[in-house]
Write a protein that binds this ligand. Sequence first.
Ligand code: FAD
Length: 285
Amino acid sequence: MGHAQYIRPENLGEALDHLHRNGPRTKILAGGTDLVIDLRSSPARPDFILDASRLPELKGIAVTPDELSIGAGVTLAEIESSDVLQRYAPALRRCSRTFASRQIRNVATIGGNVAHCSPCGDTVPPLVIHEARAVLASKAGRREVSVEDIASGPYACALPSDEIIVRFILRPASDITFADFQKIGRRRALAIARINAAAMARQEPDGKISFLRFALGSCTPTPQRLPEVENHLIGRQPSPKIIWEAGSLLAERTIAITGRRPSTVYKEAAIQGLFVRMLAPLVTT
Ligand SMILES: Cc1cc2nc3c(=O)[nH]c(=O)nc-3n(C[C@H](O)[C@H](O)[C@H](O)COP(=O)(O)OP(=O)(O)OC[C@H]3O[C@@H](n4cnc5c(N)ncnc54)[C@H](O)[C@@H]3O)c2cc1C
């Protein structure tokens, strides 16, 4: 890592003071599972590494009737063991189970996963279905942005260098009857996703879907919802045919964004297959 100076502020105020003075010359370190690899492979060296892993303001998971708040410094292991998330953000909790290895989950944070802006970041589709906002802090104060707006493209973080992600605010899942996260990787374990997706839905006693959120990752420059696909199912009793059509629409719309590539032959079928597999439990007719 060259001669970067390591700094470990005691609190958020100290961290923001440093970023205000030295933001462009500083890299924020959380669990380091992406950053250390990036530093090894990049010729550019920051002058400072600011260790945010112990900042108390970035910790904790809390819920009110309107909001679910997850600190940017919460680790994937904490997500995995959270009963609050099992109840209010089950797709997010489910994603933690297949995330890397136990050792990585013990240190990797949700904030680092989002800020790294990989199209394959596993926590992003679950955050997107909850319409999550990131609370950002700088010396100038606080502001909120949609999680979808943090990446301006693959591995391109749109945040100014004097800002830090403090927390994520999600709409808690209420009255949902279904939630899932699934991913396809090259291997069963320790695999970065080639396709990942999160969904949550409310199905009425007559089988009609009254609420649905679905987000796809790894396929487009940044993970995203496709409202046309959700609208294809909302208000209907899903049959295998309807789910299949919605999966086909998802693959078609995704390819319209990315254009046709050599991998499209595989991805087109895999996107539709993943969608059909995920939403199959909603079939009633
Ligand atoms: C073997 C291996 C397996 C992996 N498997 C998976 C997987 O299954 N799924 C997956 O999604 N990822 C996976 N990853 C990638 C990585 O573990 C995750 O992206 C992780 O969540 C990154 O979090 P971190 O705390 O380690 O971030 P760091 O590496 O510390 O930081 C990542 C980036 O985010 C910035 N950052 C961190 N915190 C903040 C903050 N609060 N505010 C602003 N910027 C911040 C840093 O400056 C840096 O640019 C894997 C990595 C490895 C090495």
